[in-house]
Ligand binder design. Sequence first.
Ligand SMILES: *Cc1c(COP(=O)(O)O)cnc(C)c1O
Ligand SMILES: [Zn+2]
Length: 425
Amino acid sequence: MSGDYLLRCPACGLAIEDHYTSACPAGHPDLLVTEYPERTLSLSDQPGIFRYEAWLPVRGRLPFTGGTVTYQSSGLAAELGLPHLFIGFNGYWPERGADLVTCSFKELEAVPTMLRAIERTESVLVVASAGNTARAFCQVSALTGIPIVIVVPQSALPRLWTIEPAPGALVIGVDGDYADAIAYSTALAAADPRLIPEGGARNVARRDGMGTVLLDGAVTIGRIPDHYVQAVGSGTGGIAAYEAASRLIWDGRFGGELPTLHLSQNLPFVPMVAARERHTRDLLVGPGTPYTAEAEQEVSAPVLTNRTPPYGVPGGTFDALEATGGEMYAISNGLARAAGILFTDCEGIDLDPAAAVATASLVRAVEAGTIDRESTVLLNITGGGYDRVAEEHALLPTVARYLVSAGVPDENIRRAVITWVNDNA
Ligand SMILES: *Cc1c(COP(=O)(O)O)cnc(C)c1O
Ligand SMILES: [Zn+2]
């Protein structure tokens, strides 16, 4: 690389040196964006996500070979009458060279995030998750030995496994839901300077890591696709696709048009779809709205139920949808299930329920004519291959070190976590 990247605040233009920085020091609410020294995308000779290291906020590498596999569909393309349909597959499918072993694109976030953390801070990351994120961070910790503290709802523990032991991951199970896990992790990270919150959508490594799905799509297709289709919970993947496409437009070799974002949620928990319909940045979630904790329990794709997504924040999902003329879709469990079966029949791999939601939204967009049959489409299959990985690997269940009640971490847990950090970091 010809120099170091910078972070920039879009509100005041301040250039910020990265110390795992998540916000403008002048207090602006905008998402910080990375600025890379190379305006044209140079591809490295590395496999997987590190092929795009020039546009990742990292200096070094990790021993990780996984990444998106983009291919042109024939089965689903024929079924939908969409000849220029490309699949960005993120998961486990060895026949196609896809080896994200925890079966979701969360590994594309975990890899640059953990590398950025050891390069830019002395502190240990604390991350809250309802499932896929925790599994991805555990697995990357298992591969690299990088320590991480992970807070999950106890109900998510059965979904946590790795294919190697992960002694560097300290897992805490909270007696509550995802929102309780987020609250607990925030309080824990604030309790000691040796802990630092992972940052979610504010973490540029997460966005630029997810942005490699769009980069891999554009490099494989030869141009920026006309349409980008993804199921969202936080919406971070949509923001990331928008940001990555903007960089490719600067590059100039991949076309000059942003892809239209087609983002979907799973009924009955669809707060971003509702906000988009009302043309407002204000998200209505929680008691007194249709988007309650009970509604969260009813969806087939629990990874799509974030109560505090970065929707209205400057540079967030609202702005990405506005900039690209984007659309949102509310998909029922039944339609998602049918679309998932269709995908598996046509393409030959099992899907994460969230990817089935995205597939259903593609079916709807084509039927409604929002996606023209002659256009070039990138369908982000955000997760899949669970059946396949279980055939190939022994899945080691992740054990929680502490089971705690929701609320603020008590003194004993706090002290035990700090002792663990001192011993492991
Ligand atoms: C996290 C996740 C999503 C949602 O991604 P966001 O862009 O963060 O909203 C979709 N599908 C799968 C499989 C996921 O794990
Ligand atoms: Zn600023």
